[in-house]
Design a protein around this ligand. Structure first.
Ligand SMILES: C[S@@+](CC[C@H](N)C(=O)[O-])C[C@H]1O[C@@H](n2cnc3c(N)ncnc32)[C@H](O)[C@@H]1O
Length: 262
């Protein structure tokens, strides 16, 4: 049986594994949550897209305890870890590529923000148009999409893009040197070997989202899909190398921000 403590330990190990790919992951989480907080709502309704085991959702709730967070993912094992570790969060199983996924969220009003980290590049450019289109339908006017991911600009500014990737390489080298954390495959191999996770792991083979590499890794793919979906202002709020926090404002809001502190 998966205990609360064991789930927390697996998630701590997940976090270290993810940091191997982005040493400034916590800084990006902080910037993203700062942006949600800057909306000025004490109890914002926030959807976490591709939440995994809930690392971002949990940090959001810790900073904004009255936030109503709906955490969505297609992977039963990651959802199972999140549910066991964070009973205060609501996890919803859904594949973002399936039309109508927003209907599964059980929202009781328009959302103030949709957030995501290191997830949406898994979705093809064609599906991304549909995902952002559906999302626009459940965000309030002036609501935010905040997407933290490695987004490449090689199609528009190839020299800058090479420099951005070089910065990531140097930062990783500086932080970890030869002592890199375990990688994605090693983490999954370890999880699959835990008898307490066997049932969830067997569900993965049929219900997992599947990972076919980086399908929409270009910044331009996201900007185009967001514009087509009715997001007006689109820009980068935080960046280090190619690791960015992309922000888009759902059209129709007179003032997207309720209270911004100077
Ligand atoms: C690298 S993980 C990031 C998880 C989490 N956001 C974090 O930062 O730790 C990518 C996540 O996206 C989810 N994902 C990928 N494609 C998806 C889809 N089509 N629908 C729902 N979730 C998806 C995966 O299951 C996985 O949990």
């Amino acid at each position: 049986m998966l205990t609360h403590d064991a789930a927390l330990q697996w998630i701590a190990r997940w976090d270290r594994q993810q940091e191997g790919y982005m040493p400034d992951r916590e800084e990006r989480f902080t910037a993203l949550i700062d942006a949600v907080e800057a909306l000025g709502r004490p109890d914002p309704l926030v959807i976490d897209l591709g939440c995994g085991p809930g690392s971002l959702s949990a940090r959001l709730l810790e900073r904004l305890p009255r936030a109503r967070v709906v955490s969505v993912d297609a992977d039963p094992l990651l959802l199972g870890l999140g549910r066991a570790a964070y009973p205060g969060l609501r996890f919803v199983p859904a594949d973002l590529r399936t039309p109508g996924w927003t209907g599964l969220l059980g929202l009781d009003g328009p959302a103030d923000a949709a957030v995501s980290t290191t997830a949406l590049h898994w979705i093809s450019a064609t599906d991304l148009h549909r995902v952002y289109g559906e999302l626009a339908g459940v965000l309030r006017p002036g609501g935010l999409l905040l997407n933290g991911d490695h987004l490449d600009s090689e199609d528009v500014t190839p020299t800058l893009s090479r420099l951005e990737r070089a910065l990531r390489g140097r930062e990783t080298e500086r932080v970890f040197g030869a002592d890199r954390p375990e990688d994605w495959s090693a983490w999954w191999a370890a999880v699959s070997a835990d008898p307490a996770l066997a049932a969830l792991d067997s569900e993965r083979t049929t219900a997992g989202a599947g990972h076919h590499g980086s399908e929409s890794h270009l910044l331009s793919q996201h900007v185009e899909a967001l514009r087509a979906a009715g997001f007006s202002e689109i820009g980068t709020l935080w960046q280090r190398g190619d690791n960015r926090l992309l922000c888009a404002v759902r059209e129709g809001g007179a003032r997207p921000l309720g209270a911004v502190h100077a």
